[in-house]
Design a protein around this ligand. Structure first.
Ligand code: NDP
Length: 246
């Protein structure tokens, strides 16, 4: 592939699988983490052990100036431009309507929407023509889930960002898409899902394909969109829920 990719939140979970997939496809991958440096290092080691190229950068996305700081750190690696940006870092907010505080709302909006916006804005001069922007959304933007409604709203906003960026960047041959996972077995769901057979059976029953998603299920969709094979798909939300809410 010979390309370079930025994967935000690439240290754990879905982002790690995406980083590994893009590296396996030949990209030099820069992955970011917020707090878990050990996980980021481990992901880099996993990639390099398999013959790939990867770097880890710290980025506390959601804070003012974080996107500019991230790209400055990226430039300091000596990489010339970027071909693929995966806005994967995101936080959950499993809080129902009556209990969402203004601080909670601001935080989930800042990490899940404002950060991807400015990561792309700051990348405009670095992102090569023919490049890719892939935003990790959620089935919760399509399926009403009042128990996580503020989170769902951020992913709806992210999908609208995808739509507009696709139009704005299309003339440069840059595709912009969202990938929308359903329930995936990552740390974010570990508390209620792992080791709880009843919860897992319920989560599996929500997908037509009858199981909980794995990070690799999402990474393979991202891999397609990032590849040359994905060149004619833009401005879309690609459902990767295993058929949830059909
Ligand atoms: P995880 O919690 O497993 O991993 C989150 C990753 O994002 C970590 O690398 C984490 O870094 C990083 N991160 C978190 N907050 C920040 C921040 N403020 N700034 C920078 N990096 C940050 O999440 P998942 O892998 O489950 O989720 C990845 C994406 O997929 C998210 O956008 C999520 O909304 C979406 N998604 C997930 C679903 C699921 O069921 N898991 C379902 C639908 C969508 P660190 O380790 O340092 O904290």
């Amino acid at each position: 592939m010979g390309k370079t990719a930025l994967v935000t939140g690439g240290s754990r979970g879905i982002g790690r699988a995406i980083a590994e997939r893009l590296a396996a496809d030949g990209a030099t991958v820069v992955l970011t983490y917020a707090s878990d440096e050990a996980a980021a290092r481990e992901t880099v080691q996993r990639i390099t052990k398999d013959g790939g190229r990867a770097h880890a950068l710290h980025a506390e996305l959601g804070q003012h100036g974080a996107a500019a700081a991230l790209w400055a750190a990226y430039d300091a690696l000596g990489l010339d431009g970027v071909d693929i940006i995966v806005n994967n870092a995101g936080i959950a907010l499993p809080v129902p309507l009556g209990q969402v505080s203004e601080e909670d709302f601001d935080r989930v909006l800042a990490v899940n929407v404002r950060a991807p916006f400015f990561v792309v804005q700051e990348a405009l001069g670095r992102l090569r023509d023919g490049g890719r922007v892939i935003n990790i959304s959620s089935g919760a933007a399509r399926i009403a889930m009042p128990e996580i409604l503020a989170y769902g709203a951020t992913k709806g906003a992210l999908d609208t960002l995808t739509l507009n960026l696709a139009k704005a960047l299309g003339a440069r041959g840059i595709t912009v898409n969202s990938v929308a996972p359903g329930i995936v077995d990552t740390d974010v769901n570990a508390g209620w899902l792992r080791g709880n057979a009843e919860a897992e059976a319920h989560a599996a029953s929500l997908a037509a394909l009858g199981r909980v998603g794995r990070p690799e299920d999402i990474a393979d969709v991202v891999g397609f969109l990032a590849s040359d094979a994905g060149r004619w798909v833009t401005g879309r939300v690609v459902d990767a829920t295993g058929g949830a809410g059909l």
